[in-house]
Design a protein around this ligand. Structure first.
Ligand code: 5RP
Length: 229
């Protein structure tokens, strides 16, 4: 089974949790793409929801699929958000931001009653940072000074897109991919990074996911907050 199929499997299972009347946070990425297709299908069959997108990319796909869209100005709470992740550890803490939408994703996650994460099995790791660099969104103004200030914490980082054209987030900012290696204390690291002037947000999502749905070659695995994983 290829990775796409595993993503589709996990995304399809998450969409089964969506019920008419819900305000649904719509994550970003190639796994969420399948959730958006499935939601579109269910809407054409009569499901009534409002979606709040976490990126311009998701907004465009959701609009194509006929998903009615809204904002947090109109809906102060989100019933359920479905989003992807780049890495998931045993506590269901996450690294996100591989597609550069981490700021909006964290805002939407924070406003959500439930956050369900959908991944294929390659995203599971014992310790965050082992397989994926941590994205940190920073303002463009004197960004090298921000990078220098980050280095005592993470050691080394790369400006996303450097050498070609720097990647610009939906919020007009740069992203540094920070090569920590393992991040043994993600809660502490999340706060430390956000305390540096110039840092807008980082991709550590600590204690936010309620459930992780994993597409594996032997079927779906579900991990929920509070259970021993
Ligand atoms: C975007 C994200 C994505 O959820 C994460 O990168 C996973 O993406 P994909 O499903 O394409 O592997 O955090 O900012």
């Amino acid at each position: 089974m290829d990775e796409k199929w595993l993503k589709k499997l996990a995304a399809g299972q998450a969409v089964e949790e969506v019920q008419s009347g819900m305000v649904v946070g719509l994550g970003t990425g190639s796994t969420i793409y399948y959730a958006l297709l499935k939601l579109g299908e269910r809407i054409r069959e009569g499901l009534k929801i409002v979606g709040i997108p976490t990126s311009e990319e998701t907004e465009a796909i959701a609009a194509e699929q006929g998903i009615p869209l809204s904002t947090l100005a109109k809906h102060t709470a989100i019933d359920l958000t479905i989003d992807g992740a780049d890495e998931v550890d045993a506590n269901l803490d996450l690294i996100k931001g591989g597609r550069g939408a981490l700021v909006r994703e964290k805002i939407i996650a924070h406003a959500s009653k439930r956050l369900v994460i959908v991944v294929d099995e390659s995203k599971i790791s014992k310790v965050l940072g082992a397989n994926f660099s941590l994205p940190v969104e920073i303002v463009q103004f004197n960004w090298m000074a921000t990078q220098r200030a980050i280095h005592p914490i993470c050691g080394k980082s790369t400006l996303r897109g450097a050498g070609r054209k720097p990647f610009i987030s939906d919020n007009g900012n740069y992203i540094l991919d920070c090569h920590f290696g393992e991040i043994p204390h993600p809660a502490q690291t999340e706060l430390q990074l956000n305390n540096i002037p110039g840092v807008v947000e980082n991709g550590l999502f600590v204690n936010r996911a309620d459930k992780v749905i994993i597409g594996t070659t032997s079927g779906i695995q579900i991990r929920t907050k509070g259970e021993v994983n």
